[in-house]
Each structure stands twice: as C-alpha cells, then as structure tokens.
Design a protein around this ligand. Structure first.
Ligand SMILES: [Zn+2]
Length: 255
C-alpha cells in the first residue's frame, strides 16, 4: 500500500512540473527509491522494511547455530550426528522443494529436537524480486510442505541470502512468520577447509550471536569438521549453545 501511495504521489508531483524538470524529478525519485530498496535488500539487519531479528537476547552468553539450504542427504545425516554428539540443538532453515524430496530427513531433524524454519520453496536468485500474491504463494508453498511432513508449520523465516524487499514483511505477517537473519556468517560455502571458518567464528562470536552455516551445497566433511571443533571452542570461551527460539526475546504467548 505504502509503495503504491509513493508511486501515485511521485507521478502526480512530476505531472505538475514543467517539461524537462518533470523527467529529472521522476528519474531522481526512481533512483532514490531503487537506492533505498538496494540498501534494505542488502542489509536486512538495518530493518528498513520490517523487523528482522539478527541477534539473540544478550546477557547470558547464549549463542545459536543455524543451518541454511538443507536438507541434503550428503550432509544432513552427518551433521545431525555431530550435533547429537555435542548435545546441541540448532535451527535448520530448509528449502521447501528439497524438503519434499527428502521428507525423512526433515522428520529426522525435528525428531532430534532441532527447529525447522522456512527458507522459501524454490530458493531461486529471483525469489527476492517476487511481489504480491506470488511472494505469498512462494512462502506458503514451503509452509504447506513442512506442515504436511511435520504436522506443524514453521514460525521462523529466512530469505535466500537474507535479502529483503518492501513487501516481504507484510507477507510474513499475513502468514504468521518472523524474519530471522544472523549476526555472524561462517562464510563456509566458499571455504575449502574448516580452519579459516573456525578461526572466524571463534574470533567474532559475541553474546547472543546467531551463527549462519550451510547444510547443503558445500563440502559435508568441512561442515562436520567446523561444527565438531567450534562447539567445544566456543564453550571454552564461556558460551552456551541454545536453540534459536530460546535465544530470542519473544512475547510469552509465542514461546
Ligand atoms: Zn539459502
């Protein structure tokens, strides 16, 4: 609605202006709008378009692990094993169409006590350009997959690459989802070895950190090595691992 109001206002203002000025005005407004969208798209933690949760409740040295892009038969079973070994509950932001193909893995993730979040149905590069009903349908389609497999729909959403657009938060509100980003990326997808990721996480972790790693599309052995090493390393620094929903300050009724 706000977007339509801005477009109508800008068009009307431009229409009142004399000729060359009108085009400069329209061009300037369009450039300003695109710049704003670009910033909101890139920095979801700024909350330009809505409430993005990117850090847990500070004060308890709590830290949460989150894994995007699963489930993946090459890495999810091994990841579940290493998390169980260290007694850590994590959050998995799963891609709907992958979940459809690997239903047993989704069930296994939930059975082990981890949180399942919505990471869109298709996870395409253009997902962030979806608008209106198309955006709602993309998110809802994934919700239905998880509801069908688990009997409950996720409460948390993370967009591909954490990008946001001006309509995303309205859609999430209608569907009953909260946007969760992160404050610490492992940059694990580009890593050929575990050591640099472990160093980065151990060095940058802070009270309330939400850590982003990837369960899918990357080297499973590197992932297992990262998780196996970073959990005791951060515990040695005084951090406690909690599941994402335990680290957020949510109203009582939502817990
Ligand atoms: Zn992703």
């Amino acid at each position: 609605m706000a977007t339509i109001a801005v477009v109508v206002l800008a068009t009307a203002t431009g229409a009142l202006a004399p000729d060359p000025l009108r085009w400069w005005l329209w061009g300037g407004l369009a450039a300003a709008y695109l710049a704003l969208v670009g910033l909101g798209v890139t920095f979801s933690s700024w909350g330009l378009f809505g409430p993005a949760i990117c850090l847990g409740r500070p004060g308890g040295m709590r830290v949460s692990l989150t894994f995007d892009d699963g489930p993946d038969p090459a890495s999810t079973p091994r990841l579940l094993e290493v998390l169980e070994q260290h007694q850590v509950k994590a959050a998995f932001f799963l891609i709907g169409r992958h979940a459809e193909r690997h239903r047993a893995l989704v069930q296994a993730i939930a059975d082990k006590g981890h949180l399942v979040g919505n990471h869109t149905y298709r996870h395409a590069w253009w997902t962030n350009f979806l608008w209106g009903d198309r955006l709602d349908r993309e998110i809802q389609r994934a919700q239905r997959v998880f509801q069908d497999i688990l009997g409950t729909a996720p409460r948390f959403f993370r967009s591909p690459m954490g990008l946001t657009n001006p309509q995303l938060f309205g859609a999430l509100k209608r569907i009953g989802l909260r946007f969760v980003g992160w404050d610490l990326r492992g940059l694990d997808q580009r890593a050929g070895a575990a050591a640099p990721v472990i160093r980065r996480l151990a060095h940058r972790c802070r009270d309330g950190s939400i850590i982003l790693l990837h369960d899918g599309g990357a080297n499973p052995q590197v992932l297992v090595d990262i998780v196996h090493t970073i959990i005791p390393a951060l515990r040695n620094q005084g951090f406690t691992f909690v599941r994402l929903d335990e680290s957020l300050s949510l109203p009582e009724k939502e817990n």
